[in-house]
Design a protein around this ligand. Structure first.
Ligand code: DQA
Length: 150
């Protein structure tokens, strides 16, 4: 039997409401990459870093909360979390991030601080280890690079 290679550490990439529409949704703000394009870029970079990614999207808050718990359950190396508009409203996401030991990096394509006032508060950012915002799809790649060092 060939020696078994240990599984690569896994990084969850969780995406919230409306991010399934990336590519066609306000491209002047969010860019023209689709979520599938971002997944492809992340998979290539993950391979080079010796990581595996598990990218998911949901329009439902509870799914994101369940997946944060699951990330801890499977001992994920980190979670990259773009919670979309739930970023600015969800105490439940704040609690979920604080409830797990898995490090969470908040990611945003746009820079919410340059936008409407209601986007200036981030419940996710108050609980996350770090935030990357305003760099478009590249922000996900930078977050993955950081996760490789955890
Ligand atoms: C976003 C910023 C949020 O304010 C917005 O509600 C989104 C996308 C971003 O990636 O820039 O849905 O998280």
């Amino acid at each position: 039997m060939p020696p078994s290679t240990p599984a690569a550490p896994i990084v969850f990439v969780l995406n919230g409401p409306n991010l399934n529409l990336l590519g066609s949704r306000e491209p002047e703000i969010y860019g023209s990459d689709t979520l599938d394009d971002i997944a492809g870029m992340l998979e290539d970079r993950a391979r080079a870093l010796g990581l595996e990614i598990d990218l998911r999207q949901s329009n439902h808050e509870g799914h994101l909360i369940d997946w944060l718990h699951e990330a801890q359950g499977v001992e994920a190396r980190a979670v990259l979390l773009n919670a979309g508009a739930l970023t600015h409203t969800s105490v439940a996401l704040y609690d979920a991030i604080r409830a797990i030991r898995t490090p969470v990096i908040e990611v945003h394509l746009s820079n919410p601080h340059q936008r409407e006032d209601f986007r200036h508060k981030s419940y996710v950012g108050m609980a996350a280890k770090a935030t990357i915002a305003g760099l478009g799809a590249q922000g996900y790649l930078l977050a993955l690079e950081a996760a490789a060092g955890f």
